[in-house]
Design a protein around this ligand. Sequence first.
Ligand code: GLC
Length: 499
Amino acid sequence: MTNYYLNGGEVLKDQASLKVLLVSAEVVPFAKSGGLADVAGSLPQALIDKGHDVRIAMPRYQEIRQDMDYVTDFPLKMHWRKETCIVRGSEIDFESNGEAKKVPVYFIDSYHYFDRPGMYCHIDDAERFAFLCKAVLEMLPNLNFCPDVIHCNDWQSGPIAFLLKDQYRSNPFYRNIATLLTIHNLQYQGHYAKETLKVLGIDESYFMPEQFEFYGRFNFMKSGILYSDIINTVSEAYAEEILTPKYGEGLEGVLQNRAEDLYGIVNGIDSQYFNPKFDRMIYKNYGIADIEVKRENKQALQREVGLPVKDVPVLGLIHRLVSQKGLELIEEISEQMMGCDLQFIILGLGDPFYEDMFKNMQAKYPDKVATFIEFNEPLAHKIYAGCDMFLMPSAFEPCGLGQLISLSYGTIPIVRATGGLKDTIIDFDAETKEGNGFMFEKYKAKALLKAIERALEVYHKKPVAWTQLVKSAMKADFSWYKQADKYLQLYHKAVRKTQ
Ligand code: GLC
């Protein structure tokens, strides 16, 4: 297994094959807090499948228990301190057409920065992720791996593009490395004290509004936006939205200046893992041909979560419980919702306010609501399979994976028309029978309620149309196969820019 780590990869037959290092603060199956981890774990598989040499770099958090090998180590100067970086290697195993394949993963390890509980929210996060950025660049010659592209994701790897240009370009090894920054969520930008410049080794003159300064702080994401060769977000609609003050989170001006290099690519999902035909976590497998089996999943789910087993529409919600997800709209209409003939199952962790809100809802309506404040992958699969509808009334949504997953299980999304939700959901038209979900425009509780009522009406009064809706939802293909090609195009664009 180790030969992956210390050579330049196998000799690539196809001249157009690319070497890519994808850097992410979270990667499934090692560490996850949100959708970023799913993307970082699954996109490389699709790219490797297409013949490219793609590897991942991520921090080695204390919670990561998988076996790994020592690869290399080196000292890194962090302002006045010297820290040792240990690089360890492991891999993500996957199967493609019956063939076993692997994504090599490099873990950036440091006793000082990462050997402690929890991924984020430490007082020195700026330093911890500055360390990740520097270590990623520093390790490459040691591995004898010179990627064509470093694919950075979100703020934690934002500064890599600048460091590469500012501190490494004079070394021929780094001369042609291109960078792509993917913005998964602009709300999280990583702004920290000015002193962050020192640990990154960046000259103080860069602390100005045209560069990395942002309201008196150093902004990781801004540095990535300014210096990456190409930038993309995780849907086309979000790529447009972030150019406006409403969605730009204060960086709309900076993004407008880079609009020519800004793209949108809707995420894919792992279509083997999230497939009701093969999913071992659900009660009983089903597909379009035996759609009636979905009902058995519903009954088993009702039983498991302690709700009355009966034929009512069951709504599911699986999210980080944060305001982005439009939970305040649900709060506003909870009484009216509970007046309808339905059941509601919630799974997630997050803001204590919303955790309490859903716990209280269950306490008040024990026959209608089941709330699980936890991270529970098997239960998530059962909810995707067993529910009839899936709620996603987000205030903004860069892509959203929940709606894609629920579609593949024939669970109909009810969403607000924003970002990736707008790109992937077509509002159901009872006349033409076209569409794959229910969508509302205005971020208003009443609009959400109307969408829910529309869905309930089709469910109750037009069972044939409902079955058709479920089938067209399941037919949609949101696998990585096509989307990975779009990433390849961006990689090539980035490479061309460095030549
Ligand atoms: C973030 C976004 C979500 C997106 C995911 C993966 O979690 O909030 O919309 O699907 O990243 O790109």
